[in-house]
Design a protein around this ligand. Structure first.
Ligand code: SAH
Ligand code: SF4
Ligand code: F3S
Length: 450
């Protein structure tokens, strides 16, 4: 964009934020977008036209990291064409030891590198980058107290994320998150309630409470409050229609919490309970803190209180030492639980985590075969479960135009299933009834019911 065009639009420039990884990163990106907006930048999608490009990185699996290196390399050509372009790299990958220096050595065209603990410094870093030609590295270790949140710029008007707890104390042996996001720190419930009330005043209908393990909420606070108590409080906030949360740990899912959800009006009947493996032997090596039997008992308890509950999960196949018998246990459990949906991953060796050093690392082709088998079985189960909704009318919160097919609109059920329907009116943020007439593994299709 040339200077005149910028003046005409009265903006400082154009900016792109590319986000990798989970909702924590998505939410952090909303904060970065808030800063960019305050500085007068307009957010766009096309990196070719941008004056500022920020990559918010993830390192949960190796392929996430490989993608980022590829992208940074690719951006070099833009920098050559436009030397004023500012390239910033942040997020979880940057919190890994030595990574910032590696980026500086390998990709000297990068202007700023910062981490997950100091995104509030983004504004100053941008200013500094305009003056400085060398890569500026600013990575913080963890701080004791929480730093007040930055204003966010949300992608959607009717839905919002709200962090309730930062970090993770669990140290599952395969996982990098505790090393890059630090220890658990809960936000005060007063701040959370205030934030959600403000969001409700702004017209937000659905909030998703964020944390790597939301069930640990409050353990570190002076005020005696746990996740169930928090949900009970939030259920009272007027204007909010739906409350979701991510992610909950099966080990910490108490009967009190299940009852609170069953008694609430707004907390959705969707339980995302990552199991990771169906084999108790592997679960122990993963340091997950529950056995196959305990997980099955939890599913049963949830279904006894909330029969219509949707249960979804995450699996890792090919964890070090996973034998055919262990994988067979996973498949058996999948058939038994009948998850509504599952995210399936091949184990990825993350250096610095205990599992990376374990004996019995599994060959890639074995992992691939197990992954495919698991996906095939789960996909059939998801389709069967969704087919049970054929002919039924479900309540949907409209999300607007379908990305794949702008002629149609999409929304989600309380159980978090995607529903596609026709409407000549934009129903974003509206609660509507849809009668389901088609069901596949991933999507439901239906007609609006007046
Ligand atoms: N805090 C959440 C999820 C964090 S990461 C939880 O405890 O469930 C999201 C998912 O990524 C995990 O559930 C796990 O299935 C997967 N994952 C994490 N580390 C991984 C690794 N090293 N290799 C493959 N998948 C991994
Ligand atoms: Fe990782 Fe386990 Fe923490 Fe989830 S609970 S973020 S898998 S260490
Ligand atoms: Fe990735 Fe960081 Fe989330 S490592 S999965 S973006 S917490």
């Amino acid at each position: 964009m040339n200077e005149e065009e910028k003046k005409e639009e009265d903006i400082e420039g154009l900016a792109v934020i590319e986000t990798y990884g989970c909702q924590m990163n998505e939410h952090d990106s909303e904060k970065l977008a808030g800063v960019l907006k305050e500085k007068g930048y307009k957010l766009i999608e096309d990196t070719e036209k941008a004056d500022v490009i920020i990559l918010n990185t993830c390192c949960i699996r190796e392929n996430a990291e490989v993608k980022v290196h590829g992208k940074i390399g690719y951006l070099k050509q833009y920098k050559r064409e436009n030397p004023d372009l500012i390239i910033g790299i942040c997020g979880c990958m940057m919190q890994q030891e030595g990574m910032a220096e590696k980026i500086k050595d390998k990709h000297p065209h990068v202007d700023i590198v910062f981490g997950t603990h100091n995104i509030h410094e983004f504004s100053q870093l941008l200013d500094a980058a305009e003056e400085e030609s060398e890569t500026i590295i600013d990575i913080w270790g963890e701080k004791e107290e929480l730093i007040p949140d930055l204003p966010t710029r949300r992608e959607t008007d009717h839905k919002a994320w709200v962090t309730i707890i930062y970090g993770c104390n669990n140290f599952c042996t395969y996982c990098i998150v505790p090393y890059v996001r630090g220890r658990e720190k809960s936000r005060s419930s007063i701040d959370i309630v205030d934030e959600i009330k403000e969001l409700a005043d702004d017209g937000v209908k659905e909030v998703t409470l964020l944390g790597q393990n939301v069930n640990s909420y409050g353990y570190d606070l002076d005020r005696k409050i746990d996740f169930a108590d928090l949900l009970e409080e939030l259920d009272q906030i007027e204007g909010i229609e739906r409350i979701r949360y991510m992610t909950s740990h099966p080990r910490d899912f108490t009967t009190k919490l299940i009852k609170t959800i069953a008694d609430s009006n707004k907390v959705c009947e969707h339980f995302h309970l990552p199991i990771q493996s169906g084999s108790s032997r592997i679960l122990e090596k993963m340091n997950r803190g529950y056995t196959q039997e305990e997980y099955l008992a939890l599913v049963e308890e949830i279904r006894s209180y909330i029969p219509q509950a949707a249960i979804t999960t995450d699996f890792i196949v090919g964890f070090p030492g996973e034998r055919d018998e262990d994988f067979a246990e996973t498949l058996k459990l999948v058939e038994e639980v009948e998850f509504d949906m599952a995210y399936t991953f091949k184990y990825s060796q993350r250096s610095g985590t205990p599992a990376a050093e374990m004996e019995g690392q599994i060959e890639e082709d074995v992992k691939q075969k197990r992954l495919q088998k698991l996906m095939d079985i789960q996909s059939d189960i998801s389709a069967q479960k969704n087919k049970k909704l054929l002919g039924k009318t479900v309540k949907v919160l409209g999300d607007g135009e379908s990305k794949n097919n702008p002629e149609r609109q999409t929304g989600r059920t309380r159980t978090n299933k995607i529903v596609v329907f026709n409407s000549d009116k934009d129903l974003t943020g509206k609660l509507i009834n849809v009668k389901i007439n088609k069901a596949s593994s991933w999507t439901l299709t239906g007609d609006l019911v007046k």
